[in-house]
Design a protein around this ligand. Structure first.
Ligand code: PLP
Length: 471
């Protein structure tokens, strides 16, 4: 007789296989409404509990219609990776092992795997070897941790211990940030008591690239501790701040430079694309994601800090019942805000080994080439305009070239709506530089030349239908 746990695992296995097998033939958007999902998954919690095998079947049956198929080859929404199956398998093992990844003594294998993956990530990205790495939920928390290390160090240098004494009475830190920075960088500032409104915004160009002359002027204007926040890969345009110009300015001022490189930092792994992120290794901290371009299952992000002392100081947890550190052994909790958490290193280990160094580089380069192909395809359709310089994997697309701004926005929003009704692909919209755009992220490892060409036709067709009904 099979043990009960085997039945649960087998059920989950079969449901997962059924799901992945049919993804390509399915419509990617969820089919069930909020009411349907609430009804089928809700209701009062039973007193006695339920049978595990029955409820796993129930979950698969009723949650699946509410699943957005992010592992669909026609998925271009947000900047969302698609959970590589090798990573999913390693993630299942992680759950089965049930490791609380706080201390080395509690989970040696998870700790060692984080050391190993950290070295691979730092090596692939070409960042300083001495950097420490924290395994976090994503770039939002990675930004938070990087900025916490920054805050700690710039205040320590002026004789203030922010971990012990907090921010009341502390010397003011001036924070400089490009005007097209990602929203989650502001979240980091918000959590750290540095305030969303306390930043000095530096003008950016049409692609969202910070102007280094403006930064230079602003840095000279303010005295005292300084943090500069730059980005590798703007969320709409994919552009890069000019690190080779920014790094020397930060060095001159003794400013800490933090880089939000959630997806774009991976350009630095590629000899062909490295010119985009030139100089980025001169920063002090970096945030990047595993669950975006690397296709590691959710959740997985990395915070990388050159000064590991500042990193650990900012994240330290003190309590006598937590086992003392062992020299040369990694306590994973020292690099992240959480004490107890998932052993996210295992899935990252598996996906990186599956791709290999060359595989990661090829995938990143391939997605950028596919974005260029899409730009070329769309460029042939009259009335469609690619608004950004396509340097990476992002396209910002406008509809109704030459028509009034109002009509353009109407056309763009209608094309987005039409594509969502047809439910053959997933794209998003954004308000970018004063107008509505279609945002396209080529980031799923299943996307190919063929799917890109089909996608171009879907856009062309939706635009034609919308024009007929609106113009
Ligand atoms: C996605 C993204 C973030 C946030 O990352 P999460 O993994 O969603 O936490 C931050 N910055 C940029 C540029 C991003 O693309």
């Amino acid at each position: 007789m099979t043990k009960t746990f085997e039945t649960y695992f087998e059920k989950a296995f079969h449901h997962a296989v059924d799901f992945r097998k049919t993804v390509e033939d399915n419509q990617p958007l969820p089919k069930a409404s909020h009411e349907e999902l609430y009804e089928s998954l809700g209701g009062p919690l039973s007193d006695a509990g339920e049978k595990g095998d029955v409820l796993i079947d129930h979950l698969a049956k009723y949650a699946t219609p509410g699943i957005l198929q992010m592992s669909h080859p026609q998925f271009y929404g947000w900047v969302t990776g698609s959970s590589h199956p090798v990573g999913v398998a390693a993630d299942w093992l992680t759950s089965a092992w049930g490791q609380n990844t706080g201390m080395y003594v509690a989970t040696p294998a998870a700790s060692v795997v984080e050391d190993v993956v950290g070295e691979w990530v730092v090596g692939l990205l070409g960042l300083p070897k001495e950097s420490s790495v924290g395994f976090v939920t994503g770039a939002t928390v990675a930004n938070f941790v990087g900025l916490a290390a920054a805050r700690s160090e710039v205040l320590r240098r002026v004789g203030w211990d922010v971990e012990e004494d907090g921010l009341w009475g502390a010397p003011k830190i001036h924070v400089f940030i490009g005007e097209d920075a990602h929203a989650t960088v502001y979240s980091g500032l918000q959590y750290l008591g540095m305030g969303r409104n306390q930043v000095i915004k530096i003008k950016a160009d049409i692609n969202g690239r910070m102007n280094p002359e403006e930064l230079d002027r602003a840095l000279l204007e303010y005295k005292g501790p300084k943090i500069v926040i730059a980005q590798a890969g703007q969320i709409n345009s994919g552009c890069f701040d000019p690190f080779d110009a920014i790094v020397p300015l930060c060095k001159r001022e003794g400013a800490w430079l933090h880089v939000d490189g959630a997806f774009g930092l991976w350009a630095n792994a590629s000899p062909k694309l490295k010119h985009l992120s030139k100089g980025v290794e001169g920063a002090d901290s970096w945030a990047t994601d595993g669950h975006k371009w690397l296709q590691i299952p959710y959740d997985c992000g990395f915070v990388i800090v050159k000064d590991h002392v500042a990193h650990q100081r900012a994240m330290k947890i003190q309590a006598s019942y937590l086992h003392g550190e062992i020299a040369g052994r990694r306590d994973p909790s020292q690099f992240v805000p959480e004490l107890s958490r998932r052993a996210r290193g295992f899935a990252a280990w598996a996906v990186l080994r599956a791709f290999g160094r060359g595989g990661v580089i090829n995938m990143v380069e391939n997605h950028c080439a596919l974005a260029k192909r899409l730009e070329k395809n769309l460029g042939k359709i009259s009335g469609i305009e690619v608004l950004n310089d396509v340097v990476l994997n992002q396209l910002a697309v406008g509809f109704g070239q030459g028509l009034s701004a109002e009509i353009q926005d109407k056309l763009t929003l209608s094309v987005l709506k039409k594509l969502s009704e047809k439910n053959e692909c997933v794209v998003g919209g954004a308000d970018w530089k004063g107008r509505w755009i279609m945002r396209i992220s080529v980031i799923t490892f299943l996307t190919t030349k063929g799917t890109i060409d089909e996608f171009s036709k879907m856009i062309e067709c939706a635009f034609k239908e919308v024009k007929e009904s609106i113009l």
